[in-house]
Design a protein around this ligand. Structure first.
Ligand SMILES: [Ca+2]
Length: 169
């Protein structure tokens, strides 16, 4: 393992866990504000409904109080949160994507290797919160071309698929 990769693993552990917890707290607060007795007039929260089904599709929120939306919560037809997108530093570019399963649990966290608002990599954590896998899409189309496996913060294996092999699948 190269030193830079080792450093990334060590530094990412704590912030990602803290942010995941923060997101859950933020989401809980938003649900309360939207559905609670004072939620309807909170200017920091906007709701977007599907014009056909009239169902809630997206909740947009200004979680940092910067005067602009920095978090988007996407709901499915059962009003469950399926994805959250966050602009953590408020520069107008989304830099974190969180994906939730039917059980409401966080499945993976997406990020952009070029920090350009386009998700092309995903981190997975085990039940203990430790990083277990990172996927990368070199073609940036969601098709995974590289998978790194981790055990206790140490990369143990790398599977790579050449772009031409992916195209042939
Ligand atoms: Ca950003």
């Amino acid at each position: 393992m190269r030193k830079a990769e080792q450093t990334e693993c060590v530094h990412l552990k704590t912030p990602v866990v803290v942010l995941a917890f923060g997101a859950a707290v933020v989401f809980g607060a938003i649900v309360y504000r939207v559905s609670g007795p004072y939620g309807e007039i909170d200017p920091r929260v906007q709701r977007v409904y599907d014009p056909g089904t009239k169902r809630l599709k997206v909740i947009m929120a200004d979680t940092a109080g910067r005067g602009k939306t920095d978090a988007w919560y996407y709901m499915d037809d059962d009003d469950r949160l399926v994805r959250m997108e966050v602009d953590r530093d408020g520069d107008g570019v989304i830099d974190r994507w969180e994906y939730f399963g039917p059980d409401g649990k966080l499945q993976k966290i997406g990020f952009s290797t070029r920090n350009d608002g386009h998700v092309d990599a995903w981190r997975y954590r085990g039940p203990d919160g430790r990083l277990v896998k990172v996927e990368y899409s070199a073609s940036r189309d969601g098709i995974v071309t590289r998978t790194e496996y981790y055990d206790h913060g140490v990369r143990t294996r790398v599977d790579e698929t050449a772009a031409d092999q992916v195209a042939a699948q």
